[in-house]
Design a protein around this ligand. Sequence first.
Ligand code: NAD
Length: 260
Amino acid sequence: VIKGRTAIVTGSTSGIGLACARAFAGAGANIVLNGMGGAADVEKERLAIESEFAVKAIYSPADMAKPSEIAGLIALGEATFGAVDILVNNAGVQHVSPIEEFPLEKWDAVIAINLSAAFHAIRAAVPGMKKRGWGRIITTASAHSRVASPFKSAYVAAKHGIAGLTKTVALELARSKITCNCISPGYVWTPLVERQIPNTMNARKMRRDEVISDVLLAAQPTKEFVTVEQVASLALFLCSDEAAQITGANLAIDGGWTAA
Ligand code: NAD
């Protein structure tokens, strides 16, 4: 069903986004990659997608903190492939700090990249989806769209915001054959998780192994990390005809975290 369609995946140079891009390419979609990273590494991933899956893939370095670059990303997808059928808002950053010391610029950056970027991208992509009468909007939220953890005020606020944005957009587009959902993973083993370990060690005065067992997997009843491929499979399912009536949902994939 997505063969020949076009998918933009923000933050797809790494982790969950890259796995989504590869899963969509595997199903025959053309891909717009986006995110930070060394030019050579990004080009390697882009070429790998094109050769492994026989689709077209382009890359945009658009900064998801900048509304004009986000609009430019959607325009690039439409200009290159004639359509943006699938939008995955996935770029995200984390900052871990007690509220009274939380740096103002970190608050602004987390809200811009994790929340406002989805608004700007959806706003720019919807007119084309409406015109063509088909669309899938998926945002990578988090278990932190449902529950909180200390020291993550900006991230938790942004992800709760995504859940509300998702529901609102789903209602607005309910008669337009465009679904809008978010996926809420628990802890997925990616560079984003690995990078927050040192700050959490400081904030909680813990060793690395204690952070992994007592903080990260403490909340996850299965005691296993989610894999990026598992998240990507759910995103791909949301693009299917079978998922046409799933809209406005916040789908947990968290090893039981938010069941507790
Ligand atoms: P990651 O660090 O591996 O990937 C993040 C991606 O976002 C990278 O491609 C990075 O270059 C990109 N990015 C960051 N800032 C950007 C900017 N300003 N403009 C454009 N791209 C930017 O992390 P990940 O774990 O794969 O995270 C992907 C999403 O999943 C995030 O929204 C994150 O909040 C969410 N998430 C992750 C976990 C987890 O445990 N890893 C759990 C729940 C939700």
